[in-house]
Design a protein around this ligand. Sequence first.
Ligand code: ZN
Ligand code: ZN
Length: 448
Amino acid sequence: MSGPRHLVSIDDLSLAEIRELFERAQEFARDPRAWASLCPGLISASLFYEPSTRTRLSFESAMLRLGGGVVTAADMSQSSASKGESLADTVRVVGGSYSDIIVLRHPSEGAARLAASYSSVPVINAGDGSHEHPTQTLCDLYNLWVEHGRIEGIDVVLAGDLRYSRTIHSFAYALARFGANIICVPQAGFEMPEYVLQRLREEFGVEPQRADATRLGSLAAASDAMYLTPQKPHQLSLFTDARGWQVDRVDAVYMTRPQTERHGAGESTSEYLRLGKRAMAEESLRDAVVMHPLPRRDEISEEMDGDPRSIYFKQAARGVPIRMAILGTLLGRLDSNAESGAAPVQRYPVKIGDNPCPNSTCISHTETRHVSPSYQLASRSPLRAHCAWCSQELPFTHVACTSTGHYHLASAPCLRRVRPDHLVFMRDEGQARELGFEPPQRAARTCP
Ligand SMILES: [Zn+2]
Ligand SMILES: [Zn+2]
């Protein structure tokens, strides 16, 4: 028995499937009013545990354009959730009788994966906390694809607050996966975090290079620009010298607002980047489209609104055809020729000890009744593991093996041979002893 197909993460889709969605979306966009015979009689339920009006309207407009119907709970935190109904119970009720597909927005990271595991109908993740928002990422990619006819090999500037913007991190992974080159132009003090660079390195072979961004002019004047290209380092070394990668011509500038709600004390953005006609007058930016996930504040000057390179309003509007393609596909109303799914991810349940996830808003902490803590391995050497729900890295100093009953320093080479499902992650040595594990030298059995 195979359950319904969900969209929890963009990694649930193969590159071929994503390209197919783009082609569908382009067909829909040509005449959005011509598709009402695709999903008549089908109902989409918007379950929004935090308000996000633009995302919700975009999904609902897409469903109505396909001839389907919509039921909406625009603020679930005011209704059943406040009476204590769990997310798992809600999706079983809503998916069973009220609707044929669920669009879920939730403040807890991992909520969409939980909903998918209990739902009898497809679940679309419309944002789970600061984790993922796959349809937003697909919409951004789709815009590049429409504007440039391809994504592979294009040069995209990511500018502004690269530290706290979830949108930017998801977008960077997706760009690397498609083989685009990324030029980071961060606001000073808001550089791309190390864990994002690490994942780009581990999954896509991206080695950060210093970039010589003089040709970007004032856009990059106050910034240490960095060049990220999904190639192997030995290829890169052929092209770079001490000045760093020469940024020549750019295909897109993706601007983000300062994520002030996530900034700590002393993190000021009073001198935030501002993109205007003068900055965009550089020859290197002549053909660069200007993108922004909206809402904007002052980071893109209004004088840019009439510039043909500014596509940020179009960018939002294109969310409707791409969501039509996603809804139609998951509802089984569009045939697919693409090879489905990306590589399946192995997830292992935590068998001993507390939930090791350090993220207090993770669904594994907020809905403990229905979620069993679990992990996935990010790397064997050095050993790194993530919460399988929210993807946060697990902090640990020692690691035990359930079959031998002893523990090791996290850096111990013998851990590489321990079966992934036998690993137990400990925040310190004391916890290892509390749980009854022994240091290796006193253990009766030797390392596997
Ligand atoms: Zn977690
Ligand atoms: Zn051992």
